[in-house]
Design a protein around this ligand. Structure first.
Ligand SMILES: [Zn+2]
Length: 116
């Protein structure tokens, strides 16, 4: 369950941020997670519950926004959004070159927090 290690590192960042901003209790954590990260948002929420004993994370709600996989051809600049990552073909449909680079889809960003 790699969600747990993810949450541990996210929690580390949040502890620092909250201390800096004088937040004692978090209400909402917004995350943007690339589809390639293979994160299941329910598991992520569960993993956060394990931190629930800590006052800061008690009853916090996790909002996960999935980022689709976007690849770009380095030859012609053609961009493709891949809906099903399992079917990824790293070949440009426009020029036929196999120079596709991943542009988006591997992110893990804390996009916002709400707390008091
Ligand atoms: Zn191309």
């Amino acid at each position: 369950m790699h969600e747990l290690s993810l949450v541990t590192s996210i929690a580390g960042v949040l502890r620092k941020e909250c201390k800096k901003n004088g937040i004692k209790k978090l209400k909402v954590i917004r995350l943007k997670v690339g589809i390639l990260r293979n994160v299941v948002s329910e598991l992520l929420t569960d993993a956060f519950k394990m931190l629930g004993k800590e006052e800061l994370f008690k009853n916090v709600k996790i909002r996960v926004c999935a980022i689709k996989l976007k690849i770009k051809c380095s030859v012609c600049g053609n961009e493709i959004i891949v809906k099903i990552p399992e079917n990824i073909v790293l070949k440009c449909v426009k020029c036929g070159k196999k120079e596709m680079k991943i542009k988006e889809g591997n992110e893990l960003i804390i996009s916002g927090i709400e707390g008091e």
